[in-house]
Design a binder for this molecule. Structure first.
Ligand SMILES: NC(=O)N[C@@H](CC(=O)O)C(=O)O
Ligand SMILES: [Zn+2]
Ligand SMILES: [Zn+2]
Length: 360
């Protein structure tokens, strides 16, 4: 049967998103808020979001930057460090300041220098989270310089995540931005309390894209894209209908100037095109019937949250993606697939101008 040209699904949620702060937040938020209902907001600001009060203040800044009339719900996270106080953390979850806690191994990725240096020191925190039913979100890479960068996810699973999984069997754990067949197998085999989010970019290109005719910083993110067989494993996992894989864009904006540099930042700004790119993957795999579950149901069910009631429509139609998105006074962002045509158009909610919102 031919793929339908229009699909209408429940409004999706983004289970892994970087919004940053200040003018960058204002520039990127409308792209997510016009398409998604909820998003899990990453805490890797500088300085990071570590205390419940900081999460509440950051959430207020997000809501203040939200174009008037867009109904969008940020779910805040706590950046775990060697010093995280289990009582503040659990109290933050109880009061709704925190949705989940995020584990960055120290120096594994952008702004992870405050991350956890010794997992043994986290035992009390993980024990408290397990007891309270607070999810643990994981950037799954070892930082051991002796480990090849393309093996860091697989080695993390073996050395760190597997042991955490066994030690805290009731803890809800999400392996975020899964990039390998090893990650897919781990999520599949680790049981009901283990989920995995997958980005649009890791489904769309392999590591070759970073070196296509020259060095291409706009394809560089962490965990770094892997070889083609891993991309195929990710595509098979998300289009299989497996209930514990769900959408997490990992949209991670960095200014063009910071990416096009002798030491370019890791992260792709994919919020504008993520949903269209995911739809493209499901269409290519002949699995559009599995798209709604991946985008709008599996994550909510995994975290025990209600499903969104309203809907969004996507149409199979060639759509130009702009090269640049301006960030006032700072420069521009190059969105994922910017300057190309994508096969899907998303009818997001209209974004009113902020000035209109204020005067009206
Ligand atoms: N994915 C990335 O390459 N970068 C993210 C951090 C992260 O999610 O690891 C960022 O904050 O820029
Ligand atoms: Zn990460
Ligand atoms: Zn991220």
């Amino acid at each position: 049967m031919a793929n339908p040209t229009t699909i209408t699904i429940r409004r999706p949620d983004d289970w892994h998103l970087h919004l940053r702060d200040g003018v960058m937040l204002a520039a990127v938020l409308p792209f997510t808020a016009s398409q998604f209902s909820r998003a899990v907001i990453m805490p890797n600001l500088v300085p990071p979001v570590r205390r419940a009060a900081e999460a509440c203040a950051y959430r207020s800044r997000i809501l203040a930057a939200l174009p008037h009339g867009l109904n969008f719900h940020p779910l805040m996270t706590c950046y775990l460090t060697d010093e995280t106080d289990p009582d503040d953390l659990i109290e933050g979850q109880r009061t709704g300041a925190f949705f989940a806690a995020k584990l960055y191994p120290a120096n594994a990725t952008t702004n992870s220098q405050f991350g956890v240096t010794d997992l043994e020191r986290l035992n009390r925190v993980l024990e408290a989270m397990e007891f309270a039913g607070m999810p643990l979100l994981v950037h799954g890479e070892v930082t051991d310089p002796a480990v090849d960068i393309f093996d860091r996810e697989a080695v993390f699973i073996e050395r760190v995540l597997g042991p955490i999984r066994r030690r805290f069997p009731a803890l809800r754990i999400t392996l975020e931005h899964v990039t390998t067949a090893d990650g897919v197998a781990f999520v599949e085999e680790a049981g009901e309390r283990t989920g995995g989010s997958v980005t649009p970019h890791h489904l769309t290109f392999s590591r070759n894209a970073m070196f296509q005719g020259g060095l291409r910083p706009h394809f560089y993110c962490l965990p770094v894209a892997k070889r083609e067989r891993h991309r195929q494993a990710l595509r098979a996992a998300v289009t299989s209908g497996h209930p514990r894989f769900f959408l997490g864009t990992d949209s991670a904006p960095h200014l063009r100037s910071a990416k096009e540099s002798a030491c370019g930042c890791a992260g792709l700004f994919c919020a504008p095109t993520a949903l269209a790119a995911y739809a493209q993957v499901f269409a290519e795999e002949g699995a559009l019937d599995k798209f709604e579950a991946f985008a709008a149901e599996n994550g909510a069910r995994f975290y025990g949250l209600p499903l969104n009631a309203d809907r969004i429509t996507l149409t199979a139609e060639e759509t130009d993606v702009p090269e640049d998105v301006p960030v006032q006074g700072l420069g521009t962002l190059h969105p994922f697939l910017g300057g190309t045509r994508i096969g899907w158009r998303v009818d997001g909610r209209p974004v009113p101008a902020r000035s209109d919102a204020k005067s009206g």
